[in-house]
Design a protein around this ligand. Structure first.
Ligand SMILES: O=C(O)CCC(=O)C(=O)O
Ligand SMILES: [Fe+2]
Length: 279
């Protein structure tokens, strides 16, 4: 197995895994350590089976079953979510997945099944580099703060754009999918600090006034857009793209020249995954 950096600060490519020979625990552990070191890894995985996709994902946590209407279901494997541009699936906004949950997905593993000639990249920003790029005084201020993440926030933004919204709006309003997270968490495996706030789900910062919280969020979300914190993956068929949501946020660039289909498995945080869990 070879690991080659593809970005200076974030991103690596892994080649040489022989999926035909099975997927042993040592290989899985090497992939996990490469992920924690590089935050995003892409594996040459044209020969990977769905069972191997599941096995690799299980290294990182319990697997989520797709329950959104944003993406599609796999015909036989409930842990695989199908993201198909022809079905209108897209996530063209900066976000970390489902941070309105107490234990959101922390590692995503996307397998490129049908890849367009051009477009359809997945873009990333490193929330760890973004934290490290702040001044020590500002880091100190953020370290003690807690933010509220709310599923309904996504839908409010949809209404504000005048969008047609599906049946999940009712869920967003009635199920109270809302949770607090520290603005800064420590990565469980690396100890690096990262920023948890994201433009899609973070509604406000607790313990400061509305205007102070809005100012802080605007500032952080602008700061995070700095190109030096970023990385952009241009897909090839068979790529297995894995990212660590304790380190990065992502954006599915919605410009595929042809149909784009990727299969996603998400591994969820567990209650002891997070350092700095709220009581
Ligand atoms: O389609 C992609 O590249 C990413 C979609 C997404 O936001 C996700 O899988 O969580
Ligand atoms: Fe996502």
């Amino acid at each position: 197995m070879q690991i080659t950096k593809v970005g200076t600060n974030v991103g690596a490519r892994i080649t040489g895994i022989d999926f035909g020979a099975g997927l042993d625990d040592t290989t899985i552990e090497e992939v996990a350590q490469a992920l924690f070191a590089h935050q995003i890894v892409c594996i040459d995985a044209a020969a990977m089976t769905p069972d191997q996709h599941l096995k690799l994902a299980q290294r990182f946590g319990a697997l989520e079953e797709n329950k959104t209407d944003q993406f599609g279901d796999h015909p036989s494997i409930p842990q695989i979510t199908v993201i198909d541009s022809e079905a209108g699936h897209t996530a063209s906004m900066w976000h970390a997945d489902e941070t309105f949950l107490e234990n959101p997905p922390l590692v995503n593993l996307l397998h490129g099944k049908q890849i367009p000639e051009t477009g359809g990249d997945t873009a990333f920003i490193s929330a760890a580099l973004a934290y490290e790029g702040l001044s020590p005084k500002f880091q100190e201020l953020l370290d003690g703060l807690v933010a509220v993440h709310d599923y309904g926030h996504l839908y409010e933004q949809g209404w504000q754009r005048g969008a047609e919204l599906g049946p999940m709006v009712g869920d967003a309003l009635t199920k109270g999918l809302i949770h607090r997270h520290p603005v800064v968490r420590e990565h469980r495996e690396t100890g690096r600090k990262w920023l948890t706030v994201n433009p899609v789900y973070t509604r406000f910062i607790q313990g400061v006034t509305k205007i102070e919280g809005q100012m802080l969020l605007d500032l952080l979300l602008r700061h995070m857009q700095k190109p030096e914190f970023g990385f952009r993956h241009h897909w090839r068929e068979g790529d297995l793209l894995i990212w660590d949501q304790q380190a990065v946020q992502h954006y599915a660039v919605n410009d595929p020249s042809e149909r784009r289909v990727v299969h996603r498995i998400s591994a969820l945080a567990t209650s002891d995954t997070y350092v700095g869990v709220l009581d």
